[in-house]
Design a protein around this ligand. Sequence first.
Ligand code: NOJ
Length: 555
Amino acid sequence: MAWYDHAIIYQLYPKSFQDSNGDGVGDLNGIRAHIPYLKALGITAVWLNPVFTSPQVDNGYDVANYYAIDPTMGTMADMDALIDAFHAAGIHVILDFVLNHTSDRHPWFQDALRGPASLYRDYYIFAGHDGQRPNNWGSFFGGSVWAPDPSGSGQSYFHLFDRRMPDLNWANPEVRHAMSDVADYWLQKGVDGLRLDAFIHIAKVKLDQDFPVPTADDAPVLAEPFYANLPQVQTWLRPFCQRVKADYPEVFLLGEAASANVQLAAAYTAPDAGLMDSVVTFRYFPEDASGLDQQLPAQYQAHPLDLPAFKQTQVVWQQTLAGLAQPTLYWSNHDMPRLLGRVAHSAQQAQSLAMLMYLQRGLPIIYYGEELGLTNLTLPDVATFEDPTVTDFVTQATAAGLTTEAAVALVSTTHKLPARGPMPWTDGVQRGFTTGTPWLQGSAAPVASAAEQAADPTSMLAFYQKLIALKKRALFQDGDYHLLTTDQASYVYTRQLDDALAVVAVALEATATTVTLPEGHYRPLLSSGSVDLVGAQLTLGPDAGVVLIREGEIK
Ligand code: NOJ
């Protein structure tokens, strides 16, 4: 067993955790000051979103120098001190490793722009001629994946995300070596894990092929089958991963595999695959689109979680990866709205859903602030989003009759940026996050500060502390997972290790529901909402949840 087989991970967004120098941006020294808070929470690893030098076009995912810390976040000495302090507290450090693209400010790209003779030209993907885009593929951030070469060669360069984030050309062995060297630099420093950002996109099919679409319209289209999960992804990453594991066998490789289905996840994480230890999929949360307003574009409308489909998805991932690899278990991250507001509509429901998710087999990844019950901010205006897709949505929504204010409020509940708000540490100025002006401003729903919650045994924070303590028990780390057959109104499973057995039962609907438990006497370990146990009959109130242990055999 490696340390990461039992990791309880906290995803920490450095820009929004704690500012220590008054510039409104969270920083490394700010994080260091809160290690006791993280220790008390009980987590065993942190994943830091990117901290490298970056123009911050995509909040750090546009890296201009992999070997330096962004000045807004601190210095390399601060980073060394932070890693040491985490280690002294027994907390492992996982870095975000952005390998599919760089910033257009990166020296490699700047050199590549000198023209086809540049030694770095082939580090990126240049194609086409006379300003014609080579194909109709669409970028995840809107528009075409192609941007004209600013040096005027008539070629275009490929960017799957923002046009200021050119994709690296992984077909070039020099790129593969260069990225291995970057990994090596950080692993030598003692970092314990890498989160491989967008790794599924490093391979693309031959570029001279339009993605077939049933319309004559030549607008760019998302063409995932042409640039996601292609076989060369595995061919190119295997030597990278194997080198990491050969030199640092204890290092955890966590892949971001947004569109991976469970079969791909198994292929990426099977022990003999020579690839990753675990992946994060975005396929965990099937949505119900049946109630959408047909007058508005779908993108930023609220899509409720399709709970029966969600239950099925969870069960399938649990069963398929059993005995093979650890699934990741999460409700939110910086790319989606927060749990409370998106899925849960009360603190009680959020607690039930947290039990449901994190006590399954796998590795919890708790998104900072979730343990306090944070919701998305409401951002003040369209401009704050800095996202053309939001501008388009609001334009269309207002044309359909919504006020701008209502449209912005709606997007605030469904967009990723308002999920990245500052941590409320205290009730003081800017809630203790900064003495300056926070980099991201918006109005927040009232929530008790971390300080207040730490002193309140009934708080969300106290609940998460208990839940994490439970998760650390051998039963929830190593026990077998078994689904109990119930109707759609609940998700009930057991975890069993030798003679010890626990039941996790959560209502999925806002009505009471009754389930029959396996024989035995049970005692509740943790619950949320109204729970009634009479013999083997368990009645869960609306949105309630409970963890029960079978008496006499506690592990
Ligand atoms: C995935 C990251 O999670 C997301 O925030 C980012 O925009 C893209 N990768 C590009 O790096």
